[in-house]
Write a protein that binds this ligand. Structure first.
Ligand code: FEO
Length: 404
């Protein structure tokens, strides 16, 4: 793989990770993920962000560097915008090849370098507004943007080329292949990446949506010509597109989101499933788009993405041992962690000899500020009257979404 020229003296190194491993040990990446880093050359050479030793990624970086006639040992400064190990895991090996490079990170980042890698020498803490003069008229600026995605995060700005290096921010799942720039992908490829971008945001970034808004506000005065994140494509043709997309996603954390309903359900013996089908008939009568995902069969990554993009949810679960069906407890725990606020929600479910899911559910959603329709429960198999009520509830929810 060759390094890609981003702008004069700015190059993208990228490694595609295509694996059945889970990202962060949680999230599947069937379309892969790219790990990007950047070379900025003045009289001195800076490398912005690094890589983890994951499916040969360091070798891919080395190939990119070789295409520029460089090696890791020639790097003068290693800038670490974010310390999560997908961008730093190979640091000890880098250090062995290059013991002299100065490592720049925020003070919190330097603290993590000590705890994660036991590296204490050659560190240069930087703070908001600090600069690094590479010589030859190339000066890099640093802006602290905490919590995108960890508290130590910063972005690097190259005013000469108008390039912003934001690491996780404005990133996406999805391997890139030989192309890295937004203008190299066609419309249908962009549509696939947009889905992967939403899933990445819902899975990784959504808890920090207020920080996304703050960061965009803080960087507002920069004349950005290119956004070069450390996951996903480099936005040189249309950087506002990815900024606007992130702002839209951030706004969804407070609701409302798209005019879409996510139906998320679990069923033990088909009785809750029969209720779900009745609710779906009601939604279909109103013509509101929806997705239906059964848990635990479907992975939480897609369940979260569907729920995050939707203004309304149907949550269907039987009572299991006096409480919620356990896979739905996990879903709700994730919804709390990922700040799925402001949804309109219908909860339904069947119970056997006694209920319990309702009480358990109501305690679980207390912090989520949802607007809940009257929930609908029934013993065993739903009666004709139950099915009619469920269908009407589905219509009611769909009308609420249409009215947004
Ligand atoms: Fe790509 Fe938060 O690491």
């Amino acid at each position: 793989m060759k390094a890609q020229l981003v702008s004069e003296s700015v190059y993208c190194l990228h490694a595609d990770v295509c694996t059945s491993d889970l990202f962060e040990g949680i999230w599947p990446i069937p379309k892969g993920v790219s790990l990007n880093a950047y070379i900025v050359k003045g009289e001195k050479i800076a490398l912005i962000d690094l890589v983890r030793d994951w499916t040969g990624a360091p070798r891919q970086f080395q190939d990119c560097l070789s295409s520029l006639g460089l090696s890791f040992s020639q790097i003068d400064y290693l800038i670490l915008n974010h310390l999560e190990p997908d961008h730093t895991g190979w640091l000890r090996e880098f250090r062995e090849q290059n013991p002299h490079a100065e490592i720049l990170a925020t003070q919190k980042g330097c603290n993590l370098l000590k705890s994660f890698y036991r590296i204490e020498d050659g560190l240069c803490p930087v703070k908001d507004g600090d600069t690094l003069d590479l010589g030859g008229g190339r000066v890099l600026n640093f802006f602290e943007t905490p919590n995108i995605h960890w508290p130590e995060t910063m972005v690097t700005w190259d005013a000469a080329s108008g390039t912003l290096f934001p690491c996780d921010a404005f990133g996406s799942f999805g391997a890139l292949g030989e192309r890295v720039f937004d203008d190299e992908f066609n419309e249908s490829e962009h549509a696939v990446f947009e889905e992967e971008c939403l899933r990445y945001y819902a899975n990784i970034v959504s808890s920090f949506s207020t920080f996304v808004e703050k960061a965009v506000q803080k960087l507002n005065g920069l004349a950005i010509k290119c956004i070069a994140p450390s996951h996903g494509m480099v936005w040189r043709r249309d950087p506002p597109k990815i900024i606007d997309r992130y702002l839209k996603y951030a706004s969804w954390a407070k609701g409302p989101a798209e005019k879409h309903i996510a139906v998320i359900w679990g069923s033990m013996y088909g009785n809750t499933e029969a209720g779900v089908q009745a609710v779906i008939r009601g939604i279909e009568k109103e013509g509101v788009p929806y997705t239906s995902r059964r848990v635990p069969d479907e992975n939480i990554s897609w369940v979260l993405a569907d729920a995050y993009r939707s203004s309304a949810l149907v949550l269907a679960m039987p009572t299991y041992e006096y409480a919620m069906f356990p896979p739905m407890s996990y879903v709700l725990d994730m919804f709390r962690r990922k700040h799925l606020y402001g949804k309109k929600v219908l909860r339904i479910g069947s119970w056997g000899w006694v209920g319990g899911a309702k009480k358990d559910y109501e305690a679980a959603i207390e912090s989520l500020k949802w607007e809940s329709l009257e929930s609908c429960e029934w013993p065993g198999c739903p009666s004709e009257a139950d099915l009619q009520t469920l269908e009407k509830r589905g219509q009611e929810l769909a009308r609420m979404v249409k009215g947004l």
